[in-house]
Ligand binder design. Structure first.
Ligand SMILES: Cc1cc2nc3c(=O)[nH]c(=O)nc-3n(C[C@H](O)[C@H](O)[C@H](O)COP(=O)(O)OP(=O)(O)OC[C@H]3O[C@@H](n4cnc5c(N)ncnc54)[C@H](O)[C@@H]3O)c2cc1C
Length: 490
């Protein structure tokens, strides 16, 4: 059983079909999610984080990318070589892209066609998984809701590929389906969530309030565009030696500061001239829709929640602490991104770890019978959506766990969410999932009394040595205590 049809889910289903029949459940239309929104591309491949999994990513990345190309993904070429782009914090050009800035859409489309035509994969769209059937540290399957129908599905292995949780923040580049449901379900089933304080805010979303916010890829700065403030100053030199291609957290905080000091911020890509439309056709078209012509106008930008470095803690084969339960892609925390993901490494993560998950999951013995009591009635509640409650969560998280955090504000955020939880009726499942995940983020952010990567504390603005090798891992019902970073991943 694979849950989710982004890059990680599709690739896992494809690989897993070699070992037996695969069911793929995905809410909304197939292919919805962050993968099809990815613009910049896929890097092959370096990163920072847990040494074991980073080595896997670096070593197996090129083969995974070659495998994707063989499946038919039309990566852009320059003569007889791949055309390689560059993004923030990369020292060399190593990012493959497709259709200019529509890399994710090209990948999802190709993989979806493959998965749909595979005789051993059954894809169920508009099927929302509502719970994991789990007891005693073992997972036996999932419950799901499709229209009015409740479904119980036993499975030898359940692979969560449900993506991150950007939608718990008011301003986000993430797809509306990315609300953190997989994280909440895994947490309730007894799996540990780790590194949840590390949320990456992307510095340059188009500053037009909408959900999701439209991303202006870092690759635009890679091609020479420059951030300027309303005084016309190219200000990044004041904040970091790498200027516009400094790490995302640095650029996001710099923009946040400029705005707090009363200056608006723009991306000046006018130097790209006619090249802009050819290299970034999607961004170009979207800017025009909002009356901005990047060849002539500066593009107004603002930071937005973008990527979750944390997730369901797994080893290098995607195994969570719960037997038969796996996680892959953004929902997983392999540790590979450390405290701050390097641009274009998450599509790569999905591709590399999908194969490893498929190998481990495909070897499991048949699932035993499970007691009826494990399937609870509330798992079939027809999920209600309520934009008012969801919006309340999103506002609380943006205000209290956004780009700059501090102790008092995090505590206020936790209290505000606890009060909100009392108000939200039980059938608003998605909203309860959002609250669960948000509370874990707030707890983790409160515990880490330092600043590192995507996590910035105004009251502890520097990294602290004693935290360098510590990880916050949260398991339901256990006290939240930092632990030493584990050697092998679990
Ligand atoms: C605008 C944007 C641009 C990006 N650009 C890049 C880039 O250039 N390069 C890069 O490497 N990364 C990029 N990223 C990050 C990258 O796209 C994501 O990290 C990655 O696509 C995650 O893939 P995934 O398969 O784990 O999850 P997703 O692609 O988000 O898919 C999650 C899937 O799970 C399904 N799902 C969720 N909950 C349930 C449920 N309860 N029941 C059933 N189904 C469920 C969803 O419907 C969806 O199909 C970008 C992200 C965004 C938002």
């Amino acid at each position: 059983m694979v849950v989710g049809s982004g890059l990680a889910g599709l690739q896992t289903a494809w690989q897993l079909a070699g070992a037996g029949e695969v069911h793929l459940f995905t809410q909304s239309r197939a292919g919805a999610g962050n993968s099809s929104r990815a613009q910049g591309g896929i890097a092959a491949a370096v990163g920072e984080g847990d040494p074991d999994t980073v080595e896997v990513l670096v070593r197996e990345g090129p083969a995974a990318v070659a495998g994707l190309a063989r499946l038919g993904i039309p990566f852009d070429r320059s003569g007889d070589r791949w055309a390689l782009g560059k993004e923030g914090s990369h020292s060399v050009s190593r990012i493959l892209h497709a259709s200019g800035d529509a890399t994710g859409a090209a990948m999802v489309e190709t993989l979806l066609a493959r998965v749909r035509s595979h005789p051993r994969i059954r894809l169920f769209s508009h099927t929302r998984v509502t719970g994991l059937i789990a007891e005693g540290g073992e997972c036996f399957g999932v419950t799901a809701v499709r229209g009015e129908e409740g479904i119980v599905c036993r499975a030898r292995a359940v692979v969560l590929a449900t993506g991150g949780c950007g939608q718990v923040f008011r301003y986000t580049t993430n797809d509306p389906v990315v609300t953190g449901g997989g994280l909440a379900m895994a947490y309730r089933a007894g799996a540990a969530l780790a590194d949840m304080e590390f949320v990456q805010f992307h510095p340059t979303a188009l500053a037009v309030e909408q959900n999701p916010m439209f991303l202006i890829s870092e690759a635009v700065r890679g091609e020479g565009a420059v951030l300027v403030n309303s005084c016309g100053e190219a200000f990044m030199g004041r904040y970091h030696d790498w200027k516009d291609l400094a790490p995302r957290d640095v650029v996001s905080r710099a923009i946040d500061r400029e705005v707090r000091e009363g200056r608006r911020v723009f991306l000046d890509a006018r130097g790209l001239k006619e090249r802009f439309a050819a290299r970034f056709p999607t961004i170009f078209a979207r800017c025009l829709e909002h009356g901005i012509d990047p060849r002539r106008d500066r593009i107004p930008v603002t930071p937005a929640a973008h990527f979750l470095m944390g997730g369901v803690r797994t080893d290098s084969h995607g195994r969570s602490g719960v037997r038969r339960l796996f996680a892959v892609g953004e929902v997983a925390c392999t540790g590979v991104h450390g405290a701050n993901r390097l641009a274009s490494n998450s599509l790569l993560e999905g591709a590399v770890f999908a194969s490893r998950v498929a190998k481990a999951a495909g070897r499991l013995p048949r699932v035993p019978a499970f007691p009826d009591r494990v399937v609870r009635q509330e798992m079939f509640t027809v999920d209600q959506e309520n934009p008012v409650y969801a919006d309340a969560v999103r506002r609380i998280m943006w205000e209290h766990a956004g780009i700059v955090r501090n102790r008092n504000s995090l505590i206020d955020g936790m209290n505000a969410l606890s009060s909100l939880r009392e108000e939200v009726p039980g059938e608003y499942l998605e909203c309860h999932d959002m609250i669960d995940v948000s509370q874990v983020i707030l707890h983790s952010a409160l515990k880490r009394e330092e600043s590192r990567g995507g996590h910035f504390r105004g009251d502890f603005p520097e990294p602290r040595e004693e935290w360098a090798k510590k990880r916050i891992r949260i398991r339901r019902g256990e006290p939240v205590e930092p632990i030493a970073i584990e050697k092998t991943g679990m």
